[in-house]
Design a protein around this ligand. Structure first.
Ligand code: AMP
Length: 284
């Protein structure tokens, strides 16, 4: 694996590979890699011959009160893990390489229609930061495929929409969420949980499962199901940002008795200082 931190060297290396007919796949990450990230990398290996992973903790997608400076950075361990997965290129630019004119002066990309809901309401500007960095990485790497986790379901929906709206010739592939033995979705932020909260944290997935099971059993009382799920989470000590049942494709909120068939149940809730995010898809 070659580790590169400058755009010009990444481009030169990839151009040489592409001239030999190589198909490139990109896996964008913020590092502190866990099994969920590695499943994305393994999927990448299956779909194209040149695998590029990026690690960049993107300041544009963090709010002023968020954990940008304390976000876990573990480059040496990450490099070892990616090496073991036969990754071809690891791209680790610093902030001035990506934002040479400053973060605030950079051109931005946004999709307001899918961003002004769910996490977008609780993290203003977050998805504009995500769209901008992903767009920029797409332009740098020019992959034919890019891989993202279904764990961040809204992010995946926004990136698919961005890429189709802007006619990007890139296949966007989603990979199912990797979980701990007790069901908690793996996340770099799980390590912020104290021991007591770590035991409680899987309740978010259990609540999603309970709601999914009710829908599978025929309930279309979507509003009522969400209210009851929120009460369960609050009773367990979570502060709930949202618990919604929506259409998978356009993220429209489902009302009681709506007839949508491809549904996603999404939750975001905080335990202590740690914001947890999870979702379950169901087709009926
Ligand atoms: P991050 O480093 O958190 O920005 O995540 C980089 C990529 O890994 C994103 O596409 C995430 O959706 C994906 N990802 C993070 N956690 C998981 C997980 N538990 N299972 C699958 N994909 C994940």
């Amino acid at each position: 694996m070659q580790t590169l931190n400058q755009i010009k060297y990444l481009r030169a290396a990839l151009n040489a590979d592409k001239n030999h007919g190589g198909q490139v796949v990109l896996v964008p990450t913020m590092g502190n890699l866990h099994e969920g990230h590695l499943q994305l990398v393994r999927r990448a290996r299956e779909v194209a011959d040149i695998v590029v992973v990026s690690i960049f903790v993107n300041p544009m997608q963090f709010g002023a009160s968020e954990d940008l400076s304390s976000y876990p950075r573990t480059l040496t361990e990450d490099q070892d893990k990616l090496d073991a997965e036969n990754v071809d290129y690891l791209f680790i630019p610093d902030v001035p390489e990506i934002y040479p004119n400053g973060v605030d002066n950079h051109t931005t990309v946004a999709n307001p229609s899918l961003s002004n809901m769910l996490c977008g309401i609780h993290r203003p500007g977050h998805f504009q930061g995500v769209c901008t960095i992903v767009n920029k990485l797409f332009n740098l790497v020019q992959p034919s495929v890019a891989i993202f986790g279904e764990k961040d379901f809204q992010q995946l929906a926004i990136i698919k929409r961005m890429s189709s709206d802007l006619c990007m010739p890139i296949d966007i592939i989603g990979v199912p969420t990797a979980r701990a033995h007790d069901g908690l979705a793996l996340s770099s932020r799980n390590q912020y949980l104290n021991n007591i909260d770590r035991v409680k944290a899987p309740i978010i997935y259990q609540t999603l499962q309970k709601t999914r099971d009710a829908i599978a059993a025929g309930s279309k009382q979507y509003g009522t199901l969400c209210e009851s799920a929120k009460l369960d989470l609050k009773a367990a000590g979570f502060e709930v940002d949202y618990f919604d049942i929506r259409n998978q494709k356009n993220l429209t909120l489902l009302n009681n008795n709506d007839s949508d068939t491809d549904i996603v149940i999404l939750a975001a809730a905080t335990l202590g200082e740690t914001r947890l995010l999870d979702n379950i898809q169901i087709s009926i």
